[in-house]
Ligand binder design. Structure first.
Ligand code: AMP
Length: 399
């Protein structure tokens, strides 16, 4: 997909740009930002608009407010924005719409930034209300969507608003990069293509797996969801995680893989534990024979060798979901092995995309963050994109 207008080619001189960002950042009890990545990622877009001689009106949500709770106010982000946009006048509108906001927008000068209060303080945002979207739209001359992580929601500021800018709407740099990376994996990728899917449950990834099977050469399964496949194949999985109601689905996936000629890799051996704890007694077992009182927590050594080889021989790799209970150091080896193998494949020239909250936490934990072609922090939106869905935030820009 490619939108008509590109941010880099647009001249923002004298224009008020309404920029939908995702500043849904974690705050501590003193309302200090714990992770600034989402804000930092949007800065190139903001700087381009400002350096052209435009002004920026920032729209975002923070948390899930019910009744305009203070903890979700965007004024907590103002000090950091002022710090990173050094020398820029950064103002704050205490409501995202209304008379005062209108006045502040009218008075906004080129080179200035106006941060609007939490758009989710109004229920109309999540309802995708047209009147609300139109009011927001009236504040700007051009709409920039820089919030891929909310692109799977048809909210007022993420999708509905775009219709009021038929000739002046585009992606921000970060969102454009995110879509380009996903497109590179999902459309005409270099082969062989390998998808690595982990995490706890099949049920949450079934649509992704089904769609990816039509695109990939190899599908590697890890994490807790592997046990549902194992049980479907008749394995004795002890007290490992298993979704019994998903057994027919697992069988169906295995049959489809055969029909499509996709190589489906499930685990061979497992590190199992006598309890769900880092200091549990642990041992390696054949995945087909895990004792009744043990549960599989991580990949075993033979599985690690097999998965590593498949990964290293791939030209395009998509990885989503941990291979084991990586939050516990004693069960993080499989996830580390995958993180490392994907990093090495990238070094060898593969295009690699890592996505989803847990995989991103894992690569951060292993200090491998800058070793991949692209890391997507947009969990839900990325999964829906990989399911083959048309995301409302993307459709609104492309239409
Ligand atoms: P998900 O949210 O479905 O992507 O699952 C991520 C979670 O799966 C992480 O918190 C992992 O600790 C967990 N997980 C991975 N492997 C296993 C396993 N074998 N048993 C239980 N939980 C697991």
């Amino acid at each position: 997909m490619c939108a008509k207008l590109k941010l880099k080619d647009y001249n923002f001189r004298g224009k008020k740009a309404l920029v939908r960002v995702d500043y849904n950042v974690p705050l501590n009890e003193k309302y200090e930002i714990q992770d600034t990545k989402r804000i930092d990622a949007s800065l190139p877009t903001l700087k381009k608009i400002l350096s052209d001689g435009g002004s920026v009106i920032l729209m975002t949500h923070l948390g899930r407010p019910k009744n305009k709770e203070y903890q979700f106010s965007l004024q907590h982000l103002l000090p950091y924005l002022k710090q990173v946009l050094e020398g820029v006048n950064v103002l704050f509108a205490p409501e995202c719409i209304g008379g005062q906001t209108q006045q502040m927008v009218s008075a906004l000068q080129a080179g200035e930034v106006l941060l609007l209060e939490n758009v989710r303080y109004f229920g109309e945002e999540e309802a995708g209300d047209e009147t609300f979207a139109k009011t927001l739209a009236s504040y700007g001359d051009v709409y920039v969507n820089e919030a891929f992580s909310t692109a799977h929601r048809r909210h007022a500021s993420t999708a509905v608003i775009a219709q009021y800018f038929p000739d002046d709407k585009m992606y921000g740099y970060q969102m454009e990069k995110e879509i380009d990376s996903l497109t590179r994996v999902m459309q005409n990728p270099q082969r062989p293509v390998t998808a690595i899917i982990g995490g706890s449950k099949i049920s949450s990834k079934i649509n992704v797996i089904t769609n990816l099977m039509t695109k990939v050469d190899n599908l590697i399964i890890g994490g807790g969801m592997d046990f549902t496949f194992q049980k479907a194949m008749g394995a004795h999985i002890g007290k490992s995680l298993c979704e019994d109601d998903m057994l027919p689905v697992a069988k169906d996936i295995m049959n489809k893989a055969k029909d499509l000629g996709v190589k489906l890799y499930c685990t061979i051996d497992r590190i199992a534990a006598d309890k769900f704890s880092n200091d549990a007694m642990r041992a390696v077992y054949d995945v087909k024979n895990i004792p009744d009182d043990m549960e599989g927590m991580d990949l075993g050594p033979e599985t690690c060798i097999l998965y590593r080889k498949v990964i290293m021989d791939s030209a395009t790799i998509l990885w989503n979901g941990p291979m084991g209970v990586f939050e516990m150091d004693n069960f993080s080896i499989g996830t580390f092995m995958v993180a490392d193998a994907v990093a090495k494949a990238t070094e060898k020239g593969a295009f690699t995309l890592v996505g989803g909250g847990d995989s991103v936490s894992a690569v951060n934990k292993f200090h491998l963050t800058d070793k991949y072609s692209y890391i997507s922090t947009a969990g839900g939106a990325m999964l829906e994109y990989c399911e083959g869905k048309i995301l409302p935030g993307i459709a609104a820009i492309e239409e």
